[in-house]
Design a protein around this ligand. Structure first.
Ligand code: F3S
Length: 405
């Protein structure tokens, strides 16, 4: 081992930093050592997988594309690496109203990632399509909802990486050992007692809003919840981290590790009134809906089956654009099961590889209804839409009638 100012590097890592392994590896080591030094990491640790965010051309622009092209010249990933949603459905983009010009640029972005050896999965639920870490595995994931799911529901260990640091970890196969890679930083520090029943699916998004806003970047230890399915947990993960909590929580009796931690002394309580207040803050005062999107985070096959069940023998209003956002492998399952035909016959559209936050939607719709509190946050903040958060039945009703009732 060679001693540096803060972080130790092996001889091989030193050579990587010196440029012996090419430009992409050198740049990656510069990023990782800078991060490690800033955060006081003692060394780099191997990671089992990487999830890359920053895929949409809408967010990257030409500067981002040039950066990726440069890295793709000699950068190849060393571990299983998957991609977050892109700015469009890579096959069906025309049907979603994406311009030729945007599609051309987005395809170049995807080609750069493909050249690096990355699986162009284009989903924020990599854990549903085969990138499933094991308990206590070190990983380097970007995408806040996936990071929170990996840490809290699976019990893997990852910091919330940015696009460049995740890519650097993929090229080296390692990440600096700091933050949530250390057990001492994974201890919950605020007790959240949920003193109300979560009656409908979207209540999980509202709960995430309440806890995220009040947790002040702490790790919540949540009590009072009796059961939670995968879909509820993935929705909650997206919401709680979007609105301000660390990308790790424990739910007593439900998520791994909750049994070994003591209940923190600092305590907040979530009541029925708090959930109502969260809806009041998320929802705008509108009754006409132009855009409905379910699948934030990307839909599971169970959620798609529910959409198909609710849309059967109905028609989406001609005044509404209705998207089911999901990963391509899950869409294939939907094709096999016949759900796709039901949804498309009703006038719904599948938005694979993309989502309501990273597609170039600004200016296209004035209002959106969605099952996702995170979806509302980005639709309002980034795309200037008026928002309604509701459960699937309410969203399907809005898609069919063009009204929020
Ligand atoms: Fe995923 Fe996009 Fe929502 S990345 S969590 S569907 S905002």
């Amino acid at each position: 081992m060679i001693i540096r100012d803060v972080m130790y590097l092996t001889k091989e890592e030193e050579r990587m930093l010196d440029g012996e392994y090419g430009n992409a590896v050198k740049k990656s080591m510069e990023i990782l050592t800078a991060l490690g030094d800033i955060y006081g990491a003692q060394n780099l640790i191997k990671v089992g997988s990487v999830q890359i965010a920053g895929v949409s051309y809408h967010n990257l622009g030409d500067a981002g594309l040039e950066f990726l092209d440069e890295l793709a010249k000699d950068g190849r990933v060393r571990v299983i690496t998957t991609l977050n949603p892109a700015g469009m459905d890579l096959e069906n983009w025309r049907n979603l109203g994406i311009s030729e010009e945007f599609a051309k640029k987005q395809k170049l972005v995807i080609e750069a990632f493909r050249k690096m050896g990355i699986i162009v999965s284009c989903t924020c639920t990599p854990y549903l399509i085969g990138n499933l870490p094991r308990y206590r595995e070190h990983i380097a994931w970007a995408e806040s909802s996936a990071v929170t799911f990996a840490n809290s529901v699976i019990g893997a260990m990852t910091n919330r990486e940015g696009g460049p640091s995740a890519l650097a970890a993929a090229f080296i196969g390692k990440t600096p050992m700091y933050g949530l890679h250390l057990e001492k930083n994974r201890i919950p520090d605020i007790h959240v007692e949920v003193n109300t029943e979560l009656k409908k699916f979207s209540d999980w998004g509202a709960l995430g809003h309440c806890i995220g806003k009040n947790a002040n970047n702490k790790i919540p230890y949540i009590t009072g919840i009796k059961e939670a399915g995968l879909e509820e947990l993935k929705s909650f993960c997206a919401s709680v981290v979007t609105y301000g909590s660390k990308p790790l929580f424990y739910i007593k009796g439900i998520t791994p590790g909750s049994e070994k931690h003591e209940t923190p002394k600092e305590k907040i309580t979530v009541t029925k009134e708090d959930i109502k207040k969260a809806y009041d803050e998320i929802n705008d005062d509108i009754d006409t809906i132009e855009f409905v999107c379910v699948g934030c985070p990307h839909s599971s096959i169970k959620e798609i089956s529910q959409v198909a069940g609710l849309l059967k023998d109905k028609k989406v209003s001609p005044d509404v654009e209705f998207w089911v956002a999901t990963s391509r492998p899950v869409k294939h399952l939907s094709d096999i099961r016949g759900y796709t035909k039901i949804i498309e016959d009703a006038g719904g559209k599948f938005a694979c590889d993309t989502c309501l936050a990273v597609a170039p939607l600004k200016g296209r719709f004035k209002s959106v209804a969605t099952t996702s509190a995170k979806g509302c946050y980005y639709s309002r903040g980034k795309n200037n839409m008026l928002t309604k958060l509701g459960n699937l039945e309410e969203c399907i009703n809005a898609a069919v009638s063009g009204k929020w009732s």
